[in-house]
Design a protein around this ligand. Structure first.
Ligand code: 13P
Length: 336
């Protein structure tokens, strides 16, 4: 088990976080279409390879979460993608859930699928070089949601997933994401996120998952996107820390937040404030998808051959997130 703890600590070591590049082909197609780039396997690889061969990989990115298509791809220069990532001393990871589907008997909610055949798929991913994995449970916040059914069934699936992943010698990222969409306020988000996370750990413990060989990937505590409430980063930090203190067992190796639709600057600023205020022993870092990639993607889309220019944007954002993970970021250093 200390081996799993070592992997976890390598991924989220000081000044490091995770690049979540595990968008499914459907999601990646949406992202590429939004910047008018055709979503072919070659273009998806080209953009991702551009990021994975950036300088900041070595200093700021401890792990990269890949999608099934990418972990099996080889770059035009002949390098297998997991090898390209390991070459920067970063750990290759893989999303193993197969997506969120309608929850029977609560059709406005989702249950994440992917347990069938998981043990066999994990063996294959391990052989391909993966040493950690991700599974995302998704919850909506409203007066009646998330329901007890959604909280229980997603926690149960996350625990079954995490135990299989540890059995296969990899570190599971446990990701319960309460979505930002809705008119809920930050208090609602705090209350419901705490409830969801507590239930996850109840199930993880029942399934005998070794917590020091896991990483939690939660949302920050924020008001819904349709709420009138305005919160500054200090309030986000205080509420987020309160939530984690009251719901996450101390054995957990570390916590890496998702960005969840915040702008890259907001996600950086909030993470920084969280670390400035952090008095817990938890490592608090990033596992960002959009907040690490959106600037680079926009730039790249204008000239997909401009690798260096794209890497410059990515390197800057990764560096800013790295500083934020140490509470050392400021508006001044973020000026490009
Ligand atoms: P975002 O940071 O864009 O929310 O993506 C992180 C992620 O992996 C969601 O599952």
């Amino acid at each position: 088990m200390s081996e799993l703890n070592n992997i976890a600590l390598k991924i989220i070591g000081k000044g490091k976080g995770i690049l979540a590049a595990d968008e499914s082909t459907g999601t990646m197609t949406k992202r590429l279409s939004s910047v008018n780039v055709e979503s072919t396997a070659e273009n998806r690889l080209l953009f991702r390879e551009t990021l994975f061969s950036s300088n900041s990989m070595e200093s700021c990115i401890g792990g990269v979460i890949l999608y099934d298509e990418t972990i099996k791809q080889t770059s035009p220069s002949g390098k297998k993608i997991p090898e390209l990532i390991s070459k920067s001393n970063s750990v290759p990871g893989i999303k193993v859930d197969t997506g969120a589907k309608t929850l029977a008997n609560s059709p406005e909610e989702k249950i994440t699928e992917g347990l069938d055949g998981l043990r066999e798929r994990l063996k294959e991913y391990y052989k391909l070089g993966a040493r950690f994995t991700k599974w995302r449970g998704v919850y909506t916040i409203s007066k009646k949601y998330p329901s007890e059914l959604s909280i229980y069934s997603n926690a149960h699936a996350l625990a079954r997933y995490a135990s299989l992943v540890q059995e296969s010698g990899m570190v599971p990222i446990v990701e319960p994401e309460l979505l930002m969409e809705g008119n809920h306020n930050s208090e609602d988000c705090l209350k419901k996120t705490s409830e969801v996370i507590k239930k996850c750990y109840e199930q993880l413990e029942l399934h005998k998952v070794e917590l020091k060989g896991t990483i939690l990937k939660p949302n920050m505590i924020l008001p819904g996107t349709d709420s009138d409430e305005k919160v500054d980063s200090l309030k986000v930090a205080e509420m987020t820390i309160e939530c984690l203190k009251n719901s996450v067992p101390s054995e957990v190796a570390g916590i890496a937040f998702l960005s969840g639709g915040q702008t890259d600057k907001e996600a950086t600023k909030n993470l920084n404030q969280i670390n400035v205020k952090n008095k817990t022993n938890f490592i608090l870092t990033y596992s960002y998808g959009r907040a690490l990639q959106q600037g680079a993607l926009k730039f790249w889309s204008k000239d997909i051959k401009n690798i260096q220019g794209t890497q410059k944007i990515f390197n800057h954002r990764a560096k800013m997130c790295s500083l934020a993970s140490k509470g050392e970021w400021s508006e001044e250093v973020d000026k490009i």
